[in-house]
Design a protein around this ligand. Structure first.
Ligand SMILES: *Cc1c(COP(=O)(O)O)cnc(C)c1O
Length: 428
């Protein structure tokens, strides 16, 4: 494949944008080479500026669960834009999408819309602190909750990829209020809670981790977290920015039948426009301004175009009773095919999967937390990534990312992907 235009565009971008990208995971730092510039996308495919076509497993890092340029979303945005793009006044569609989201998700009464997953998580912990009157939070190594200061402590994917788990610019004062636990290790959580009695406002977790590759919770880990939280008046915050409206209509809360106290959304909920949200029961949400004293705001929050896109997306998900079954079957098919291809050429690997999330770790050991994810063979991943790209398969340019399976993928696309894995594996 030729990448002439992408290379030229990257050069131009580098001159005026740091690293040539507006979000670091888009750069090819971890795998070498220069990023590919997207020109257009439709369904399961993305086309670059050199007119190469790829079967896409990034899907804008999650939102495009029904495929790119999904018609109901595109027409909703176009129609909305004709009537004005922002008012700074409340609009009816904000209530409509809030009603729909609340009806789809268990255990929430109210939802507040923001502009990104970062904002949602940042606001959720402020609310948890305001509600409990306590200051510390527990997060898990390898979980990513956006780039706000409190979370940039061993923060998965982007931050891990670049070897700067503790970003300069995050103060010691902030870092000391974030306690770090090990994913899938309830004893470690209990020890932290014991050592910081009456100081912990919330435990925030990706209920299925997706930012250190896909790592599902073991056995009853989420249930045990719920019990620890209940015993110590700690709020349980599910960061469902990746899993929300993806693993089930009601996300991981529904899938695992565990109620979180605050839930964060992003990605799918915006249908590809910049949207995040956080939600909880009345009792907690009533602490939020203007009802309560916990401040949170946004000039473009609930933006009509973003809400129109989100509304079209959630409506489609809500009305499609087979969607999650189809997605899971496609993902399972891909899992089986990839495993066979890798086994055929004796490539040591572990594949993790939940719903429409999947990741291939180049390590024989079980991958259950950040340490085991970090054991993967990174050199091998680099070769795999470039091999797949050359075969027209676009996966995330980092070993710490999940593949996102979209409903637009046909079984023929999956077979092409599996054949590509076999071809690449042969040369690894
Ligand atoms: C992507 C992601 C975020 C951050 O969302 P942005 O919209 O990129 O700010 C937070 N949490 C999780 C679990 C994510 O996957």
């Amino acid at each position: 494949m030729l990448y002439q235009r992408s290379s030229a565009l990257f050069k131009a971008a580098e001159a005026v944008i740091p690293g040539g990208v507006n979000s670091p995971v888009r750069a090819f730092k971890a795998v070498g080479g220069t990023p590919i510039f997207a020109k257009s996308a439709k369904g399961a495919y993305v086309y670059d500026e050199d007119d190469n076509r790829y079967i896409d497993y990034i899907n804008s890092w999650g939102p495009m669960i029904l495929g790119h340029a999904y018609e109901p979303v595109v027409s909703a945005v176009i129609e909305k834009a004709k009537h004005g793009t922002s008012f700074g006044m409340p609009t009816e569609i904000e209530t409509k999408i809030a009603e729909l989201a609340v009806s789809m998700v268990p255990n929430i009464d109210q939802i507040r819309f923001v502009n990104s997953g970062t904002e949602a998580c940042m606001s959720a912990i402020r609310l948890a602190r305001g509600f409990t009157g306590k200051e510390k939070i527990i997060k898990f190594a390898g979980c990513y909750h956006g780039h706000s200061d409190a979370f940039l402590i061993q923060a998965g994917s982007g931050a891990v990829t670049f070897g700067s788990p503790n970003s300069p610019g995050v103060t010691q004062g902030t870092a000391k209020d974030t306690l770090l636990a090990k994913y899938n290790d309830i004893d470690h959580v209990k020890a932290l809670v014991e050592a910081n009695k009456d100081e912990i406002a919330c435990i925030i977790i990706e209920p299925v981790a997706g930012n250190m590759g896909c790592i599902p919770p073991k056995n009853n880990f989420l249930q045990q977290l719920r019990e620890v939280c209940d015993a110590h008046a700690i709020l349980l915050v599910f960061d469902e920015v990746m899993t929300g409206f993806r693993l089930a209509k009601g996300g991981a809360q529904e899938l695992y039948n565990i109620n979180a106290d605050i839930v964060c959304y992003g990605k799918v909920i915006g249908g590809g426009l910049p949207v995040g949200a956080f939600a909880a029961r009345h009792e907690i949400m009533s602490h939020l301004a203007p009802l309560g004293k916990v401040y949170q705001a946004g000039t473009l929050s609930g933006n009509p175009l973003a809400m129109a896109a989100g509304m079209a997306m959630l409506s489609s998900i809500e009305s499609d009773t087979d969607l999650f079954k189809r997605l899971e079957e496609k993902t399972e098919y891909l899992h089986t095919g990839c495993a066979e291809a890798l086994n055929k050429y004796d490539i040591a690997h572990t594949i993790n999967r939940k719903g429409s999330m999947l990741s291939i770790h180049f390590s024989e050991d079980e991958v259950i937390d950040f340490d085991s994810a970090a054991k993967g063979n990174n050199e091998r991943f680099k070769s795999f990534f470039h091999g797949m790209l050359n075969e027209g398969i676009y996966i995330a340019p980092s070993a710490f990312e999940t593949w996102f399976i979209t409903d637009a993928l046909s079984y023929e696309d999956l077979d092409i992907t599996i054949n590509a894995v076999a071809k690449v594996a042969q040369n690894l």
